[in-house]
Design a protein around this ligand. Structure first.
Ligand code: ZN
Ligand code: FE
Ligand code: FE
Length: 277
């Protein structure tokens, strides 16, 4: 294929502790899969914990943030002309801790920032080791609380992209009723001009579907919300994984375009014809 194809805007690095493979290997896979562009999104340092408790679990430690940027820049230079490489962060949003986050937002001229909610009052609800906690909860309330936190994150105005929008479904837990906050969060996404990430990691999890679901993608399309693609790769082979399933869902929802970012500014590009054969 020639011309601009696709961007994978969600991938991790060995610095996060929960991912493997070298930066250039992620880039190699991206080329192999015919992508035009990738964005590294290492987890922001644990700004929400007191410094002494920051153990770097599933996140970049503050002292290594400079290395992260250097490594990504190196790949970007090496791939110049063949693959565009963006430098970004996945931010675990924790309400009330914004003050600690701000220095990291300004640490570098990030191409974009992903808003992620992985914690509900300290409970890492998407961590397989803490999945049992669901048994003690009203799943509908979990969703409500989750979307409230997500909306708080959106309102900060710090972010460009809302990552894995319906993450609480990861292990298959469904609210069993309509969650009004889900609808509110979609409207807020539209009102704030935020981009919705179509994250294919869900296909590799018990729920076996993309985040957000096709049902939500249809609503998002009708609201005029723009979308981008992310594999949430934690190893090089996962780059662009499931993209054809994602594109199928996007097409069914009505989407013809995706967005990419340059220095925090978004640009639309058409979904390439014939990427999936
Ligand atoms: Zn991760
Ligand atoms: Fe995440
Ligand atoms: Fe991630």
């Amino acid at each position: 294929m020639t011309g601009f194809t696709l961007c994978d805007y969600h991938m991790h690095t060995p610095l996060c502790g929960d991912a493997e493979g070298e930066y250039h290997e992620y880039a190699q896979y991206a080329e192999k899969r015919g992508l035009s562009e990738i964005g590294f999104t290492g987890h922001c340092p644990q700004y929400y914990l007191p410094p002494a408790e920051r153990d770097g679990h599933c996140s970049i430690v503050q002292e290594e943030l400079g290395t992260y940027i250097e490594e990504v820049s190196k790949v970007a230079r090496n791939k110049q002309g063949t693959l565009e490489v963006r430098t970004a962060l996945e931010v675990d949003y924790v309400p009330g801790k914004e003050k600690g986050l701000v220095p990291f937002l300004h640490y570098y001229d990030w191409d974009y920032l992903l808003l992620s909610v992985h914690f509900i009052n300290g409970w890492a609800f998407d961590d397989p080791r803490q999945v049992k906690v669901f048994d003690e909860k009203d799943v509908g309330k979990v969703y409500t609380e989750y979307y409230r936190i997500l909306m708080q994150g959106m309102r900060t105005g710090y972010f460009h992209v809302v990552a894995h929008f319906d993450l609480p479904k990861k292990f298959g837990h469904r609210p069993g009723r309509n969650v009004r906050e889900e609808e509110d969060a979609l409207h807020l996404c539209r009102d704030m001009g935020l981009v919705l990430e179509v994250n294919t990691a869900g296909l590799r999890k018990p729920v076996k579907e993309v985040y957000p679901s096709l049902r939500l993608l249809k609503k998002a399309f009708n609201l005029g919300i723009e979308v981008c693609l992310g594999s949430d790769a934690h190893r090089p082979e996962e780059v662009a994984a499931g993209f054809c399933s994602a594109l199928k869902a996007l097409k069914e929802a009505g989407y013809t375009h995706l967005v990419c970012f340059r220095n925090g500014e978004k640009h639309q590009y058409p979904i390439p014809e014939g990427y999936c054969k």
